[in-house]
Design a protein around this ligand. Structure first.
Ligand code: KG4
Ligand code: ZN
Length: 346
């Protein structure tokens, strides 16, 4: 493989049509990335009236957007490899990306590879960090690491021995963290996607006032690394039913606090048990500032490093798919079939 390669990546697993060109170098010991372009065409306004993503609408929009986004790319000629998300996600949406990628492959005569969307989230931490544009995750010093992937579809805790060797410690047994944010937002009559809306509403709690509703912290005291968010969501529902006049900002802030508490404490106990040198978070919910602050504080207490990608790389985009593709190219991992797999796991 050439020392430097340019990957054209396509992401259509949910409601964002993403395309990116990323220059990759450095190899597995010191992977480096230069994002030449990263376009995300969001369908949020289309799904918003339905309060969530409608798979067939997503498919229709991806089919419409893919050629438009492709036309906008200025560096297509530099492409060495094409990468496309094959799962997990909505299968009708995933197929649009795969079919489009197959067309581009014929046109550009470049190889095509499938990428696991969850690896895209996981490896988003290899991009420069938001705190300091020059700060990069250094594979030499961060392992063993605990990685938390928190998105609209997943909540997964991993123990990583290296960039490519990990084991799953636990995951959600019901709703994903992002799903709980979205459902609670709906109960509070906030628009989709609910995560950022809950975060915003919680901020409007008057200064000095702490969230005061003691929502449950599901599974916090169980000796395993699984999560459950559906009971928390139901508690919010009952609270709203029983206290119709209570302040929505207090409900939002109290729910957010409970969800963050579980995510941070479970991650921290894994970090302690496995003597991790760092914690990294990724996925849409990792864009939540209070979660970042709480996780950072906890890792400072534990005297370990904390990694969290720049906010724009947390929610779905193709740049992180290119990064995962590069890491896969560097290893001898079995190739993923070029077929949509809604339930692909990590
Ligand atoms: O990773 P992502 O873009 O898509 C999936 O792979 O699922 O994650 C989307 C999820 C949604 O549930 C959204 O509400 C949540 O991430 N999210 C947030 C925030 N921004 C996005 N949740 C909490 N706080 C945020 N600021
Ligand atoms: Zn995602």
């Amino acid at each position: 493989m050439k020392a430097k390669i340019t990957i054209l990546a396509i992401e259509t697993s949910c409601d964002e049509t993403g395309m990116a060109l990323v220059r990759c170098s450095g190899g597995i010991k010191r992977p480096r990335f230069k994002i030449l372009e990263n376009i995300v065409s969001s369908q949020i306004p289309i799904h918003r009236p339905f309060g969530g993503v409608v798979p067939n609408l997503a498919k229709r929009e991806h089919i419409k957007n893919l050629p438009k986004v492709f036309k906008k790319l200025k560096h297509v000629k530099k492409t060495d490899v094409i990468a496309v998300t094959v799962g997990p996600g909505l299968e009708p949406a995933l197929w649009t990306g795969i079919n489009f990628a197959e067309k581009i492959t014929q046109q550009l005569k470049k190889p095509l590879m499938g990428v696991n969307h969850l690896e895209g989230h996981l490896y988003s931490n290899l991009l420069p960090q938001k705190l300091n544009a020059k700060q990069r995750l250094n594979p030499k010093i961060i392992f063993p690491a605990i990685a938390l992937i928190v998105s609209g579809g997943h909540t997964i805790l991993l123990k990583m021995r290296s960039l490519t060797k990990w084991e799953k410690l636990g995951e959600t047994l019901d709703d994903a963290a992002g799903e709980a944010f979205d459902k609670v937002a709906k109960m509070l009559e906030l628009p989709y996607p609910g995560g950022p809306e809950i975060e915003k509403l919680a901020l409007s709690l008057p200064k000095g006032q702490k969230p005061s509703i003691p929502f449950p912290r599901p599974m916090l005291n169980q000796k395993n690394y699984n999560f459950s968010f559906s009971g928390l969501k139901t508690s919010v529902l009952y609270y709203l039913r029983d206290h119709p006049d209570s302040k929505k900002e207090n409900i939002a802030a109290s729910f957010q606090e409970a969800a963050i508490d579980v995510l941070v404490k479970k991650t921290a106990s894994a970090a302690r048990e496995f003597q991790a040198k760092s914690v990294m978070i990724s996925g849409g919910v990792a864009a939540n500032k209070p979660l970042n602050n709480a996780m950072r504080q906890k890792t400072e207490e534990l005297k370990i490093k904390f990694w969290s990608p720049d906010f724009k790389f947390n929610t779905d985009n193709a740049a992180v798919i290119a990064i995962a593709a590069y890491i896969n190219l560097l290893t001898k991992k079995k190739k993923l079939p070029l077929q949509a797999n809604g339930n692909l796991t990590i």
